[in-house]
Ligand binder design. Sequence first.
Ligand code: FE2
Length: 271
Amino acid sequence: MSAAFPRKLIFGEDSINQLPEALQDLGLKGKAMLVTGRRFARESGYLDRLGSLLTSHGTDVVVFDEVEPNPSVETVEKGGKLARDEGVGFVIGFGGGSAMDAAKGIAILAAQGGSLRDYYYPAELKEPILSIIAVPTTCGTGSEVTKYAVFSEGLRKNVVASDRIVPTAAILDPQVLRHLPAKILAHTAMDALAHALEAYFHVKADLLSETFSLRALKLILKNFKQAYDGEMTYRKRLFYASMLAGFAINLTGTVIPHGLGYYLTERFEIP
Ligand SMILES: [Fe+2]
C-alpha cells in the first residue's frame, strides 16, 4: 500500500480565514494564483474575501477565473502560461472539481511548461510542480485530497494521476455549502458515493482504504436526504464523506463506473 496525503487539512466553520496561517506554516512564498470558475467565487463574495486575506498577509494575487465545467486543455494551458508569465509561487484552487483540477494542471504547467498532453496518464509526472492549496465548494469530487485531475478534449476525458499533484493543503469550510444548489449537491454526492463504492470493491482495497470508503458510504447514505433539503449539519457530513472517499480512491484507484462516467459526461452532459 502506498498513498500520498495533503500535509495540512483544515476542516471547520470559517476555516477559510486560516489561509494566511496555513501559508506561513507551509512556508509558501511568492505570488498566489487564485484559480476559479467564472461566476460563483465573484458573486458569492468569496473572491474578494480570499483576495483580502492574501493581501493582508502580504501576498500578491493573480486571479484566473476562466475555468469552465469539465475544464478544457486550452483553458488550463492559458492559465499555466499566465502563471509562468506572472512568476507565480503557488496555486489556490477554489471551486468544485473543475477549479481544483485546473489548479493542478496549472501548477504543473507553470513549473514545467510544455503541453498538458505531455502529462496524461500513464506518463510519469516529475518535479518541479508548484504547491497547490485546494478549497472545495462542493461535496463530491474529493479532488482537494486526491492525486487525480481530469481534463477534457472534445468528447475525451484525460487523466493526470500522480502523488505529486495531491494538494499540499486542503481547506474545507462547510459554510461554502450554504450556496450549493440542491441539484448540484445531489450530482456531486453521487460522485462521492461512486468513489466510495468503487474503492470498496476495488482489487486493491485494504484495511485502510476500507476504513475510508465504508465510513464515507455510511455518511452519504445516512445524511443525503437532509443535506439535499439544505440542512447544514448534514451538508457538513457530506463534505467530510467526500473527502474520505477521496482518500479511499487515492489508495485504490477507481474502476469501471468512472471510465463510463467520463463518456456520459462528455456525450450527454450528465455530470
Ligand atoms: Fe469522480
